[in-house]
Each structure stands twice: as structure tokens, then as C-alpha cells.
Design a protein around this ligand. Structure first.
Ligand code: FAD
Length: 310
């Protein structure tokens, strides 16, 4: 059994493992895919103090740094169920998909999130070649270019406002007959000169030249007509889904399935902490996930030293 069992091996989990191991307590990390979303990222330009790096490189460095410590890494292990301890100070159990089970006196949940995809031809092919999901991350790469934002909820409209200040032109495409974002955001968006809003539109295809995105096609849902838009970038903003389906009923979550945490990273279950994109933390970014992972590990340590000696 572990004193700190981390579930998830992205930036949050790696930071949690390092902080826990540095306290000299038995630490393990179980991860479906060590590295997390960083593995799917190309250029990273906002990892503070590193001007520019690439996702797979950062993922390898995360793993190497964790391996500097006595941490048991269990890669390619998917957690399927969490059974909280029956008594304070008892072991929490994490049941893996393969049937095995791991125990931790504290558990840090850091299973991250995934961007909902459009599921249209070209999206996968041109991922990181014009198809992007994170305006904070990739917005500046499209300086002076034309982009589309797919999705007219709060995140889509926020992204469009953000991008309008950086890129030459933004086309916002919404499936519904109206935007769903807060009125104040919609007013702000409507005031911007370089934004075009298209509603009742279903994106049908990402167009490219083999190397980069060159446009997109959409269908006008009122008239059934097909249209093309020439552009260099597409930001898909139709939802960020936390990887928390396996935690149902075990701990408190927001209506969007994000694990509820307090300022110390503690969940509704004593001894169970959470960090990063799977939580209610505002803004999902690498540096934020790392800070949250560190917070969760320090909180787990504080919890452990307060348990009565057994
Ligand atoms: P994740 O990175 O999602 O890691 C989750 C971990 O949990 C993984 O190891 C996963 O395999 C594991 N896991 C999931 N479910 C289970 C389970 N049931 N059992 C066991 N393990 C599980 N952020 C930036 O700051 N800058 C950027 O430039 C940037 N660019 C991005 C580009 C792309 C294409 C994407 C997708 C994201 C980008 N982000 C960027 C966001 C950033 O990657 C995330 O905010 C960050 O990785 C979150 O870290 P995390 O540890 O919380 O979760």
C-alpha cells in the first residue's frame, strides 16, 4: 500500500508525485498514459521559464524528473473504480480496469480532461496543423491570420473575443440558431469589427493542403446549402470533458463532472485530493495543473501527519 497514491500521470500527477516523494513517503502513480495531454501537444510557449518546448519532449522530462525519486510508476493502468476508506486513516482502494487493486492512505486524483472533438473529416489529420483546442496556448501562433471558432457557448465566445485581438479575422460558427454564451460576452463579441458570426451552421469538413489547414466547410441548417470558408486555423470549443466518469458516486462533482476541491485541493472525502484539469480549478493549463498537483501533495502530507499513530 502507498501513503500517497496518485491516479493520472500528466503535469498535475507528476508534480504531485515529486512533491510527495520529496517528503520521503511511499508514493505511487498509476496512469493510463504517462504524460497526459502534453503528449498530444506540439509547440508549448507558455511553460514559464522555458521559452519554447514541444509536448513529447516535456512529457519525457516529466517522467525523467519523477524517476529521479523513489516513485513507483504504473503506466498503462486505467482506474475503473474508487472505493473510499470506511474509516478515517484507513486505506482508499482504486480498482483498475484489469481487475487489480491499489491502496493508498491518501489518493490524489489527477486524471485530466479531453477536448470534445467535432468528429468531421480532416479534424484528426490537421490536429496541431491548424486545428487547435486551446486559445491561451495556440492563439499567438495565428497572429495576423484568419481563424474560425467552433461553438457559441461561453468558452467559444470567450475564445473568439480573445482571438479577435490577435488574429486578422475570426469566424464564429454555432450549430444552434443562437449563441448560448452570457449576454455580456455576446455584446462584447458583437462590438468587434473583425468577427463574423454564423449560426445554424454544421461544420462538415476541415480542408487542408496536406500540410496545413486551408479552410472549412459548413452546412447551413436552414437552407441545406454547403459553404466554404478560407482560413488558416480552427479552434474547436465544444466542450472540455473531465476524465471522471469512473468516480461517479464516490466523491462530489460539479454538474459538468469536475471534481469539487477546496483551496487545499481536498475533495468531499477526507484523505482524497484532486488536482488539474479534472477539477473545478479555473483555467486548464500546464503550469496551473503543476501548481495544483503540488498543492494536493502538500495537503496530503499535512493530512497524513495529523493521523493518530497506529
Ligand atoms: P492530463 O494532462 O489530461 O493528464 C491526465 C492523466 O491521467 C494522463 O496520464 C491520463 O492518461 C490519466 N488518466 C485519465 N483517466 C485515467 C484513469 N481512469 N485511470 C488512470 N489514469 C487516467 N497547456 C498549456 O499550458 N500550454 C499549451 O501550450 C497547451 N497546449 C495544449 C495543446 C493541446 C492539443 C491540448 C490537448 C492541451 C494543451 N494544453 C496546454 C493543456 C494542458 O495540456 C493541460 O492543461 C494539462 O495537461 C493538464 O494536466 P493534468 O495533469 O491535469 O491532466
Amino acid at each position: 500500500p502507498f501513503e500517497v497514491l496518485v491516479v493520472g500521470g500528466g503535469p498535475a500527477g507528476a508534480a504531485a508525485a515529486i512533491y510527495a516523494a520529496r517528503k520521503g513517503i511511499r508514493t505511487g502513480v498509476a496512469a493510463e498514459r504517462f504524460g497526459g495531454q502534453v503528449l498530444d501537444t506540439m509547440d508549448i510557449e507558455n511553460f514559464i521559464s522555458v521559452s519554447r518546448t514541444e509536448g513529447p519532449k516535456l512529457a519525457a522530462q516529466l517522467e525523467a524528473h519523477v524517476k529521479d525519486y523513489d516513485v513507483e510508476i504504473m503506466n498503462l493502468q486505467k482506474a475503473a473504480k474508487l472505493i473510499p476508506a470506511k474509516t478515517e486513516g484507513g486505506y482508499h482502494e482504486v480498482v483498475l480496469e484489469n481487475g487489480a487493486s491499489l491502496k493508498g492512505r491518501t489518493v490524489i486524483l489527477s486524471t485530466g480532461a479531453r477536448w470534445r472533438q467535432m468528429g468531421v473529416p480532416g479534424e484528426e489529420e490537421y490536429r496541431n496543423k491548424g486545428v487547435a483546442y486551446c486559445p491561451h496556448c495556440d492563439g499567438p501562433l495565428f497572429k495576423g491570420k484568419r481563424v474560425a471558432v467552433i461553438g457559441g457557448g461561453n468558452s467559444g465566445v470567450e475564445a473568439a473575443i480573445d482571438l479577435a485581438g490577435i488574429v486578422a479575422h475570426v469566424t464564429l460558427i454555432e450549430f444552434d440558431s443562437q449563441l448560448r454564451a452570457d449576454a455580456v460576452l455576446q455584446r462584447k463579441l458583437a462590438s468587434l469589427p473583425n468577427v463574423r458570426i454564423i449560426t445554424s451552421a454544421l461544420t462538415t469538413k476541415v480542408e487542408g493542403d496536406g500540410n496545413r489547414v486551408t479552410g472549412l466547410s459548413y452546412k447551413d441548417r436552414n437552407h441545406g446549402t454547403e459553404h466554404d470558408v478560407e482560413l488558416e486555423g480552427i479552434f474547436v470549443q465544444i466542450g472540455l470533458v473531465p476524465n471522471t466518469e469512473w468516480l461517479k458516486d464516490a466523491i462530489a462533482m460539479s454538474p459538468r463532472g469536475e471534481i469539487e476541491i477546496d483551496a487545499r485541493g481536498e475533495t468531499s472525502q477526507p484523505g482524497i485530493f484532486a488536482a488539474g484539469d479534472c477539477t473545478t480549478v479555473p483555467y486548464k493549463q500546464i503550469v496551473i495543473a503543476m501548481g495544483a498537483g503540488s498543492t494536493a501533495a502538500l495537503s496530503a502530507f499535512d493530512y497524513l501527519i495529523r493521523l493518530p499513530a497506529s
